[in-house]
Design a protein around this ligand. Structure first.
Ligand code: ASP
Length: 325
């Protein structure tokens, strides 16, 4: 058995919730310590310590809280007797917190986020098994250097690739483009592939005034113009297909760029990259020539997180573009 510890940081989410018959809904109710006490086999994996960071539903998670969480994780990972960290989190924004941590954390030690789709009082809750698997993954010697991971339903996913794909299924976290990096099979942790090293953005602050705008057939530039009027610090546009947009959105984007507001273009398609192959009006090629920054294969919500961190280093759209290359 490993003698170095895994610290479980609880932040909230369904995993720490219960149905309240009086209010007739699911509410935060369970502490991190209670979560861990309900999983007796944990003691066979390695010594465990629990730190209660918060008990919030993850739609209440903010980039500011993510930054505080990152600082706590870094502090904990600095301990010589610490092997890794497991973070329990709500599923709704889990992929954003995981990606945020993967960009900002300096430590090479493993960090595994996990969650539950069924609250603790439901029949067959998935939380205890997910926590056990996440601790197994974080304690595995091969996990070192794999960065921030998401462990759910026995699968291990890289923070960069993972996304929530189903509103209710326990098999909701997937990496649609690249697949999982590993699997927890009882007490064995199997890693199947290496994770490409992410460029870090080491910073002690965030720039919050960054917005995500999703486009659809017939969209116009109303929202983007409003954001430019507000003087926001950055805009992520979730465009169509290869990174194309309806022509009526172009004037807003042109004005944002003229005002030196970085505009990052992602796609609403779950797999594949944004690329400048279409030259028609609204195609990604003229958008690039205009100065729009491509998000590559990052989803809109992850591109927003990256832009919030990159903006702490520079306001210059050309420099910002380097973070997305
Ligand atoms: N709404 C919940 C949350 O994200 C769902 C969950 O935890 O899975 O906190």
């Amino acid at each position: 058995m490993n003698t170095s510890k895994v610290v479980i940081i609880s932040t909230g989410g369904t995993i720490a919730m219960r149905y309240d018959p009086v209010r007739k809904g699911i509410f935060p109710a369970v502490t991190g310590q209670e979560l861990v006490e309900a999983i007796p086999p944990l003691v066979e994996v390695c010594p465990i310590e629990v730190y209660e960071f918060s008990n919030i539903p993850s739609p209440h998670m903010t980039p500011e809280l993510m930054l505080k969480l990152a600082q706590k994780v870094e502090e904990i990972l600095g301990g010589e007797d610490i092997r890794g960290v497991v973070i329990t989190h709500g599923t709704d924004t889990l992929e954003e917190t995981a990606y945020f941590l993967s960009l900002i954390l300096k430590s090479n030690k493993p960090v595994c986020l996990t969650a539950a789709m069924r609250s603790s009082a439901e029949i067959s809750p998935d939380g205890p098994k997910n926590i056990l698997d996440a601790v197994r993954a974080a304690a595995a010697p091969e996990a070192s250097g794999k960065g921030v991971m998401v462990v759910m339903n026995q699968e291990i996913h890289s923070a960069r690739d993972v996304t929530k794909t189903h509103t209710a299924s326990t098999d909701t976290f997937k990496s649609p483009f690249w697949g999982p990096i590993g699997y927890v099979d009882e007490d064995r942790v199997l890693f199947q592939r290496e994770v490409r090293k992410l460029d870090k953005i080491i910073t002690d602050r965030i720039v919050e005034d960054v917005y995500l705008v999703k486009l659809a057939a017939g969209s116009d530039d109303f929202l983007i113009q409003a954001l430019v009027d507000k003087g926001v610090k950055g805009i992520v546009v979730e465009g169509l297909g290869r990174g194309n947009i309806p022509p009526a959105v172009i004037p807003g984007i042109k004005r944002a760029i003229y005002k030196n507001i970085p505009v990052v273009l992602a796609t609403r398609v779950p797999m594949g990259r944004v690329l400048d192959i279409y030259g028609y009006e609204g195609g990604a090629k003229p958008l690039k020539e205009m100065g729009v920054i491509f998000a590559g294969e990052l989803s809109g919500q992850k591109a927003r997180i990256k832009l919030m961190l990159a903006l702490t280093k520079t306001n210059d759209p050309q420099q910002i573009a380097k973070y997305f290359n």
